[in-house]
Each structure stands twice: as structure tokens, then as C-alpha cells.
Design a binder for this molecule. Structure first.
Ligand code: HEC
Length: 138
């Protein structure tokens, strides 16, 4: 009796171990197959630029356009027009550099619809500035 009870509990352990291991395998393979998708989407952008792009799409594209060409949905009714990021540096007030864009985002441009975006926080502004410079150069 005791022997068979022991055998039963040993086989129970083996079966549940096998289930757990099998589960682990499944989880691993599903996370493996899910992994390539996000990296393929952002293949050309670094993580920093990807983050900058996200914030830009949420806060800036309505005026500046998805590619920063100054042609967002709200642009038509604005005066002055939102900056086209492809415009030469001479047409920028603070310049298409990270430092220039940070100055614009921290202070806004007085008397225009370009308000300050300090509330987004330094970290997000840094990502945004990098992305605006990227759009200027690409
Ligand atoms: C309500 C519309 C609007 C939104 C939203 C907006 N902008 Fe602007 N932005 C403008 C306008 C208009 C100008 C042009 C101001 C001028 O000519 O003085 C401008 C100018 C700029 C410039 C050019 C500064 C320079 O040196 O000349 C940068 C960079 C910029 N915006 C970045 C951003 C970023 C990044 C966001 C999102 C956080 C954003 N803007 C959101 C309207 C907008």
C-alpha cells in the first residue's frame, strides 16, 4: 500500500513537472514569435527616436503634420504657419538643432500658436528634440 501511494505521488510530481515545463516552453516560443514584430516596425529608428515619434504624433502632428512638413490638419487656419521642419535653418527662429528645439519647447514662440511644452517633462522634450532634428535631416 505504502509503496503504491509513493509511486502515485512520484508520478503526480512527474506529470505536473512535465505540464509546467511544457507551459514554460509554450510561453517562451510565443514570446519569441512576438519579439520580431516591434523591432521590425521600428527597424530604422533608435528607441529614443521611436519614443520621440510617439510623443510627436500625439502632441505636434496636428499642426506640424506627420512628417513635420507644416501641413497638419490645423495648419490652414494658423498664422503664422507651423514650421516646415525641412525649411533651411535661416527660416527657423531658434534653429533646427537639439538645443534650438529645446529652447522652442521650453519657452514657446511668443505671439504665435507655438506654445511651451514644458509640461511634457525634460526626458520627453529631449526625445522630441532629437526627433525634430531627425525630421529636419531626413
Ligand atoms: C497649435 C499648433 C501647433 C502645435 C500643436 C505645435 N506647434 Fe510647433 N509651431 C507652430 C507654429 C505656428 C510655429 C511657427 C512659429 C513662428 O513662425 O514663429 C511652430 C514652430 C515650431 C518650431 C520651429 C521653431 C523655430 O526655431 O523656428 C518647432 C521646432 C516646433 N514648432 C516644434 C513643435 C513640437 C515638437 C510640437 C509638439 C510638442 C509642436 N511644435 C506643436 C504651431 C504648433
Amino acid at each position: 500500500m505504502k509503496k503504491s501511494a509513493l509511486l502515485l505521488s512520484v508520478s503526480t510530481v512527474i506529470v505536473s513537472l512535465a505540464l509546467v515545463l511544457n507551459c514554460g516552453d509554450k510561453n517562451e516560443s510565443s514570446s519569441e514569435s512576438a519579439a520580431p514584430a516591434p523591432s521590425a516596425v521600428s527597424a530604422e529608428l533608435s528607441p529614443e527616436l521611436t519614443k520621440g515619434k510617439e510623443i510627436f504624433m500625439q502632441n505636434c502632428a496636428s499642426c506640424h503634420g506627420e512628417k513635420g512638413a507644416g501641413d497638419g490638419a490645423a495648419a490652414a487656419s494658423l498664422n503664422p504657419k507651423p514650421r516646415n521642419y525641412k525649411a533651411p535653418a535661416s527660416q527657423w527662429k531658434n534653429g533646427p538643432t537639439e538645443a534650438g528645439v529645446l529652447k522652442t519647447l521650453n519657452n514657446g514662440i511668443a505671439g504665435t500658436p507655438m506654445v511651451a511644452y514644458k509640461f511634457l517633462g525634460d526626458e520627453n522634450l529631449k526625445h522630441l528634440a532629437k526627433y525634430v532634428v531627425y525630421l529636419n535631416q531626413n
